[in-house]
Write a protein of this length. Structure first.
Length: 152
């Protein structure tokens, strides 16, 4: 049994978990600003129903998740030796796990060039981390941007 309330909004499509401790977790927001707006709406709705009495919630961004594509394929077998704090065990998980120190994020990197970046506390950390990763991969010759042409 889940110990909280799941408050879903259709627009923007988000889910906010509300706990008896007063803590809330908003998922699905596309930006920091949108997540804050959603939390304010949830608090306002709960206030109107007499469920909460706080005036202004203390909102803290703790984990931003982003995904994207680098635009080329990556040699993960070699990348694991070129990136600090990297782990790649394809028998366990198909992606390389890179714990970046600055900015402090974790990047899941796949051979297709797709990535998931987690742990950022500010939106601007994401492009900084991905740019830094891409630069390292390029310098070490670990990313291939050439698209193979299909011939029939």
């Amino acid at each position: 049994m889940f110990p909280g309330l799941v408050y879903r909004l259709k627009e923007p499509k988000t889910a906010t978990l509300v706990f008896s401790s007063g803590k809330m977790v908003c998922t699905g927001g596309k930006s920091e600003q949108q997540a804050k707006q959603v939390l304010m709406k949830v608090v306002d709705d709960l206030r109107k129903k007499g469920i909460v009495t706080i005036k202004e919630p203390d909102i803290e961004i703790q984990n931003i998740v982003a995904s994207g594509v680098l635009g080329g394929t990556v040699d993960l077998d070699k990348a694991v030796y070129s990136l600090e704090k990297a782990m790649y065990e394809p028998e366990q998980f198909p992606g390389l796990i890179h714990r970046m120190s600055e900015p402090k994020v974790v990047i899941l990197l796949f051979s297709t060039g797709k990535f998931v970046c987690v742990g950022a506390k500010k939106e601007e950390e994401i492009p900084h981390a991905i740019s830094k990763l891409q630069k390292t991969l390029e310098e070490k010759g670990l990313i291939n941007y050439q698209q193979e042409s299909l011939s029939h």
